[in-house]
Design a protein around this ligand. Sequence first.
Ligand SMILES: [Zn+2]
Ligand SMILES: [Zn+2]
Length: 130
Amino acid sequence: MQRTGHCLCGATRYTITSGAKFGIRCYCSDCRRLSGAGSVAQFAFPEEAVTIEGPLKHHFGTANSGNALDFGFCGDCGSPIMKTTTRAKGLIFVYAGSMEDMDGLPPLRPVFEEARPTWDAPHATRAPEP
Ligand SMILES: [Zn+2]
Ligand SMILES: [Zn+2]
């Protein structure tokens, strides 16, 4: 099987040649800041199955746990593409929203849910019209 995806401007593209190991919806502050959203859906793939082409730019960080983080963005438009962490060696997390085909992915497990902002309730009731 093969899965493809790309950033907002199209300069950064990737191909994934294996199924996802698992998926998470992460509510940590890093994910919030890199996305501007309350949480980020991402899927973990074996590192060797992911090929990224284009002007990928990296931001390196350290998690509260001490694990080293590598965030990959399109260097042209800034779209988040991938992340690796020394906590999950051999895996590459691909941000789900950049994928071309959304079929065949496992259900998401929430992580760092205690950090979820109140406005990002998973099944929020619709606010009344102003
Ligand atoms: Zn781009
Ligand atoms: Zn996160």
